[in-house]
Design a protein around this ligand. Structure first.
Ligand code: ZN
Length: 131
């Protein structure tokens, strides 16, 4: 397992990490397999969505903030209940097929680290299974 670091700058933010993940993958010397990306945090997540138009993740952010308000008489006393809920909705892991030594992503797809309680320095664990 390897780990990449992601620095976030906002409370809620989608940070595209396809570039650093591809760079890491090139160094692995694996042509074919499956890459698992896992976020070891309870107030963040990871997802694949459109990277061509930055308004897609802006809209995603806006709607998540509407559906899960920051304050709603939550019982969790730490003050970040909304971030925990968003984390579970988006999920803590994703997988991408590796072929020809590269990620198999659609033209419009990017891998996004999803920050819900930033800004912070975060981790994404990477585990490559050769096939
Ligand atoms: Zn909490």
């Amino acid at each position: 397992m390897d780990t990449i670091t992601v620095r976030t700058n906002s409370r809620v933010e989608f940070v595209e990490i396809s570039g650093p993940v591809r760079k890491w993958l090139k160094g692995q010397g694996v042509e074919s397999g499956v890459l698992t990306l896992y976020v070891p945090h309870t107030t963040a997540g990871i997802t694949i969505n459109e990277h061509a138009d930055p308004d897609v993740v802006r809209d995603l952010t806006m709607e998540l903030n509407k559906v899960i308000p920051f304050d709603d008489n939550y019982r969790h006393l730490e003050g970040n209940a909304a971030a925990h809920i968003k984390s579970s909705l988006i999920g803590a892991s994703t997988q991408v097929i590796v072929a020809g030594g590269d990620l198999v992503l659609g033209t419009w797809q990017g891998i996004f680290f999803a920050e819900f309680d930033g800004p912070r320095t975060r981790k994404v664990h990477l585990q490559l299974t050769s096939a």
